[in-house]
Design a protein around this ligand. Structure first.
Ligand code: TRP
Length: 335
């Protein structure tokens, strides 16, 4: 990673709780690729966060390796970015404990994601789910991150990270940099194909609504053919046309065409035609990613070398912050 002092630090991460889908790709990972020249970027796999829900260990292992290889297959260059597993840098868990002591019960109790997730998992409202945002604050604050690209659903967690940092800094002086959210110039919010008022998500129950990055061409086209539209049969971006708006966003994100150009292209043509074209363009866009993924996933030694180096370098940066934090609160420095 090139070390230029003027470069700002960016950190983000994804939980390996499911397969990476088109929403995560077009909405996040694809944008990360564009940042690698201008920023110092750290991208982690939030595997510790994944444990807040019950997940089969074999599934977690498979998801984690798959997502790690996909980061690279999507174009995140391991020479230009730091790629690592959160669990390989123990400072995340260590800082998280300290920050727990500077986070108020009431603050965590107000987190909308905690409320949503508790409602959905009434049988497993564990303490990790409650303190999830504190671990996320540790992820961010450990690296003195300037910018954090996150979706709408994570904004409240980022705000809390700032509040925790402000509270800590208020007592001990300027230890943590206050992170800002980062919204990419061209960000796409991709919705479920079968339920276009809901985000395309890893936990989506209807698998026809979710296009996974490793789906084959037939599956991709089948899912697009079944995509929910409306009764108007006119390809135009307008209020109330959630299904078509979503397909237009996807098509625009993979081809670079504007909504206007898309409307012209499909003027007088039916939805069947449009859905097939979008499906084909998505399959075409994902083909090189899948090719690269297949090469990588069979080369365990190379992946291992990348995540080993990532954890070492991230750990070095993290240690600088953690040492300061421990010292400021009065812990005896390690001999
Ligand atoms: N909570 C984030 C999500 O579910 C993932 C995440 C964990 C994260 N740690 C982070 C994102 C730090 C940005 C920065 O999407």
């Amino acid at each position: 990673m090139s070390e230029t002092i003027a470069k700002k630090t960016i950190l983000s991460g994804i939980k390996p709780t499911g397969s990476l889908n088109l929403g995560g790709y077009l909405g996040a990972v694809k944008n990360w690729v564009a940042l690698q020249e201008d920023y110092n970027c750290l991208y982690m796999l939030a595997d510790l966060h994944a444990l807040t829900i019950r997940i089969d260990p074999a599934v977690l292992r498979k998801n984690s390796m798959e997502l790690f290889a996909l980061y690279i297959a999507c174009g995140i260059d391991p020479e230009k970015n730091l790629l690592f597993f959160q669990s390989h840098v123990p400072q995340h868990a260590e800082l998280s404990w300290i920050l727990n002591c500077y986070t108020m019960f009431g603050e965590l109790n107000r987190m909308t994601q905690f409320k949503d997730k508790s409602a959905k998992n009434a049988e497993n409202i564990n303490a990790g789910l409650f303190t999830y945002p504190v671990l996320m604050a540790a992820d961010i604050l450990l690296y003195q991150s300037d910018l954090v690209p996150v979706g709408e659903d994570q904004r409240q967690h980022l705000e809390l990270a700032r509040d925790i940092a402000t509270r800590y800094n208020g007592v001990y002086g300027d230890v943590f940099k206050l992170p800002e959210g980062y919204t990419p110039k061209v960000g796409a919010r991709i919705m479920s194909l079968t339920n276009p008022t809901h985000k395309m998500s890893k936990s989506e129950e209807d698998e026809n609504g979710t296009v996974n990055l490793l789906d084959n061409k037939d599956a991709i086209i089948r899912k697009f053919k079944r995509a929910v539209t409306d009764s108007e049969t006119c390809v135009r971006h307008a209020e109330g046309k959630d299904g078509i708006n979503n397909l237009m966003s996807i098509y625009s994100a993979v081809t670079g065409k504007s909504f206007e150009e898309i409307e012209k292209e499909f003027d007088g043509r039916g939805y069947g035609d449009f859905k097939l074209t979008v499906g084909e363009s998505v399959a075409e866009c994902l083909a090189p990613v899948q090719q690269k993924y297949n090469d990588l996933i069979s080369d365990k030694a190379q992946l291992e070398a990348i995540y080993k180096r990532g954890a070492e370098q991230a750990g070095y940066m993290a240690m600088k912050t953690l040492r300061k934090v421990y010292k400021k609160v009065g812990l005896i420095p390690r001999a």
